[in-house]
Design a protein around this ligand. Structure first.
Ligand code: BG6
Length: 493
């Protein structure tokens, strides 16, 4: 099966933080693949902008080395690589000062009609200064777009302050707030599953669903991002954006169309219907943890404090579990358990919809316990969808029942490469399609929900619970769900 590649308009893409980890690990590899697929016009340009005083050639060498490091050798085609490198330019620039801005203006001169993208792959405290400087240098054209990486701010107030400044420079439809989870193939498939099939919608509510689990587990640690991560922690880094966006896609009402505002209006309603977790509830409905040294996949790894070279004990959480509830008709009394953490046993992200048990069993004890149906949407790795059903084991021995999955593996079914989320999102920015990006009110609603939890933790002032690297988090995370008579999916599997 071949994918249909629709070329995008010519563009100039300026990557602030062009020498940084995100640019080299995700953005440039993503552009390479789309270039290899011939989606980029020959005259599209990529301009790295960063503080380091290097020239175009040195930048091109850095990008080439990064592509060789991050792409599988069989995907590296000499001609495609050369074509991508030819597109590169570099401007050394001080994001908070005046140096380099005239050079950037010069690099962009004469191309005011082209799609112009400013990708801010920087810390969020640089978003406002960069936007002000873009305006001062008169670089914001009608076809300009700004892309903001998450997290937008540290809390609601700082997110609002950033949104104010960015919004004074760019109209909302020219602002693309990235949550790369929305670009993942399986996340988009969740919309297809829910809204392109008639099977699930009648069951998609508290009538048939007992609870939902959303897990984003990582086996990696903080990987040289300690300075950022120690100020953020798992709640800001993962829950405020990725996990809440996944929750929205599971819980939202069917939008009337796939247009950006239809989808985002429905997500916003979910965020606004989330029951606040505050006061004593913070103790009951949240667990935070931090990893100690241990073995992940047979390899010994350091604890968080050593990994970030912490002089003082850090109270940043690297793991969090929350019990979220949505105060609306569809989801009354259906908890959404959210869980994410670093240095867990495996990289595994999945949504698990646990259906209710049958109201009355006609099978005797010999049949064994009946497992309620579960629908598992596996985001990564091994993208796919599994529907667990109860079936009779073949052969003699009476009516013996067992759980067995209907398994839709995307790799086996579609036999095409699963593109990285950034590829799709970068092309959507060029096309000017904001459907898979967060609108200002969504970001602020997500912060508004997260903030009382942060406040509760601050007031309690307790260190995060320790867990051994390579385990599924502190025992309190298991207790949180077991108190409700439920178990985490991988524990049950
Ligand atoms: C990023 C977080 O947004 O998502 C990282 O800042 C995290 O801490 C990453 O590792 C996970 O993304 P993925 O696509 O590897 O699941």
């Amino acid at each position: 099966m071949t994918a249909r590649i629709i070329p995008v308009e010519a563009f100039d893409l300026v990557v602030f933080g062009g020498t940084g980890d995100l640019a080299l690990r995700k953005l440039l590899p993503g552009l390479y693949y789309r270039d290899r697929d011939r989606q980029l016009s020959d005259d599209s340009r990529i301009i790295g902008a960063a503080r380091r005083p290097i020239d175009r050639n040195a930048y091109a060498m850095e990008v080439e080395a990064a592509l060789r490091r991050h792409l599988p050798p069989q995907d590296l085609d000499k001609d495609c690589l050369a074509r991508l490198l030819r597109r590169l330019d570099y401007v050394a620039l001080d994001a908070t000062g005046v140096d380099g801005w005239p050079e950037l203006a010069e690099a962009l001169a004469g191309a005011d009609d082209r799609v112009r993208i400013f990708y801010l792959a920087t810390a969020p405290d640089l978003f406002a200064p960069i936007c002000r400087s873009l305006a001062a240098a008169q670089l914001v054209t009608a076809a300009a777009r700004v892309v903001l990486e998450k997290p937008i701010g540290q809390d609601l107030a700082s997110a609002r302050a950033i949104n104010e400044v960015v919004g004074a420079v760019f109209p909302e439809e020219q602002i693309f707030r990235i949550d790369h989870y929305l670009g993942k193939e399986t996340v988009q498939n969740l919309m297809a599953l829910r809204f392109a099939n008639s099977l699930f919608e009648p069951l998609w509510s508290s009538n048939a669903i007992d609870h939902v689990q959303i897990t984003v587990a990582e086996s990696l640690g903080v990987e040289g991002r300690g300075e950022y991560y120690d100020r953020a922690g798992a709640l800001r880094d993962m829950v405020q954006n990725h996990l809440l966006q996944l929750l929205c896609l599971v819980a939202m009402e069917p939008p009337t169309s796939l247009t950006a505002d239809s989808v985002r209006d429905e997500k916003l309603k979910v965020l606004r219907a989330l029951k606040p977790i505050r006061g004593a509830d913070v103790n009951v409905k949240t667990v935070r943890g931090q990893y100690r040294a241990g073995a992940v996949d047979g390899t010994l790894v350091r604890g968080y404090a050593d990994e970030i070279d912490g002089q003082n004990a850090s109270s940043t959480e690297t793991f969090v579990v929350l019990k979220a509830e949505i105060d609306n008709w569809r989801w009354a009394a259906v908890p959404f358990y959210l869980r994410t953490g670093k240095r867990l046993p495996a990289r595994a992200s999945e949504l698990v919809i646990h259906f209710r048990a049958v109201p009355h069993s006609i099978f005797g004890e010999a049949a064994g316990a009946l497992s309620p149906n579960r629908l598992v949407v596996r985001l990564q790795p091994d993208e796919g969808i599994k529907l667990f059903l109860t079936a009779k084991e073949p052969g003699p021995g009476g009516m013996r029942l067992r759980e067995a999955p209907l398994n839709l593996s995307f790799a086996e079914t579609f036999k095409v490469r699963t593109p990285d989320a950034y590829e799709r999102l970068l092309m959507d920015v060029v096309r000017g399609d904001p459907t898979l990006f967060m609108r200002r009110d969504e970001v602020e609603a997500a912060w508004a929900w997260v903030e009382p939890i942060l406040k509760g933790w601050r007031e309690r002032n307790e260190p995060p619970r320790p867990y051994t690297a390579g385990s599924w988090g502190p025992s309190a995370a298991i207790a949180l769900i077991e108190r409700d008579g439920r178990t985490w999916y991988e524990d049950a599997a």
